[in-house]
Design a protein around this ligand. Structure first.
Ligand SMILES: Nc1ncnc2c1ncn2[C@@H]1O[C@H](COP(=O)(O)OP(=O)(O)OP(=O)(O)O)[C@@H](O)[C@H]1O
Ligand SMILES: [Mg+2]
Length: 269
């Protein structure tokens, strides 16, 4: 596998983004980041530094003011077919008048054009992947919040994305459900090999799930530091959180978030 041309590798190159208006907001200026093919990368940083903006530019939902994004060496323009984006309240993006199965079919069939039987099979396969084979004919409002998130995950992955972008996807569920969703997303990521970028405020979540964690500064936003996790997989809900390496990363990241990048360096030393 040649990493440089792997179609799952993302290159954010000299990106600048300014929102216009009476008081223009310069969020990024000359921001670059390489995301490795198939890696799980988390992005953490102070509120308002531009994490959601960055994901939206990567997903082609809003235009960059300068620079750009390359996926597998190709310029990303418009809404790229190979990326899927999960928003914070992504359960709300399910269509209430469609069953779980039809919600999944809806996500891929405008591209794949499978006949009804094949489309249903594919949808059921993906619902089974998230443990919801028994709920295929239920409507979103008949499912718990955690189950709805699972449908949204099944739907996102049914399009066979090369890149999964997630913006605080686990912040609106209870702690136990969140841990279950962590295991689920991490299993699916290992199995399917898509590149993942997760934006989160939860430092523990970032460390538990990621290969690398990028810590961003306040605006004008740059990368303060990219930390390599080094924790082996599979990770374990209880043990991994108590690993001294986990705790050292946590210390460094929290220091960096609370007191700026120099504090992160000091904590690592
Ligand atoms: N559509 C927009 N028009 C004008 N300004 C915007 C727009 N979207 C975002 N901004 C501004 O850009 C900056 C970055 O916003 P963004 O939502 O990307 O931050 P964030 O890091 O995701 O914050 P949070 O952690 O609170 O979610 C903020 O100052 C915000 O007000
Ligand atoms: Mg945000």
């Amino acid at each position: 596998m040649t990493i440089a041309f792997d179609e799952r590798a993302l290159k954010i190159e000299k990106l600048s983004k300014t929102f216009g208006g009476k008081q223009p907001v310069a969020v990024f200026d000359d921001f670059s980041l390489d995301v490795r093919a198939g890696e799980f990368l988390s992005i953490v940083g102070p509120s308002g530094c531009g994490k959601s903006t960055l994901l939206q530019v990567i997903a082609g939902l809003i235009p960059a003011s300068g620079g750009g994004v390359l996926l597998g060496g190709q310029d990303v323009t418009g809404e790229p077919a190979h990326m899927v984006y999960l928003f914070q309240q992504y359960a709300k993006s399910l269509l209430p008048w469609m069953t779980a199965e039809d919600n999944v079919v809806f996500a891929f069939n405008h591209r794949l054009h499978l006949d009804r039987r094949k489309a249903r099979e594919r949808a059921r396969e993906h619902l089974a992947m998230v443990g919801l084979e028994a709920s295929a004919t239920a409507y979103p409002w008949q499912l718990s919040g955690g189950m709805q998130q699972r449908v949204a995950i099944a739907r996102a992955l049914s399009a066979d994305p090369k890149v999964l972008l997630m913006d605080e996807p686990f912040s609106s569920v209870d702690a136990l459900t969140r841990m279950e969703l962590h295991s689920l997303i991490s299993d699916l990521w290992e199995r399917k090999g898509f590149t993942t970028i997760l934006v989160t405020h939860d430092v523990d979540e970032a460390i538990f799930l990621s290969d690398r964690i990028a810590l961003l500064t306040r605006r004008p936003t740059t990368i303060a530091e990219v930390m390599e996790s080094g924790l082996e997989r599979p990770r374990r809900a209880v043990e991994t959180h108590e690993d001294p390496r986990f705790l050292a990363l946590r210390h460094a990241l929290l220091g960096g978030l609370l007191h700026g990048p120099n504090e992160a360096d000091a904590a690592v030393r």
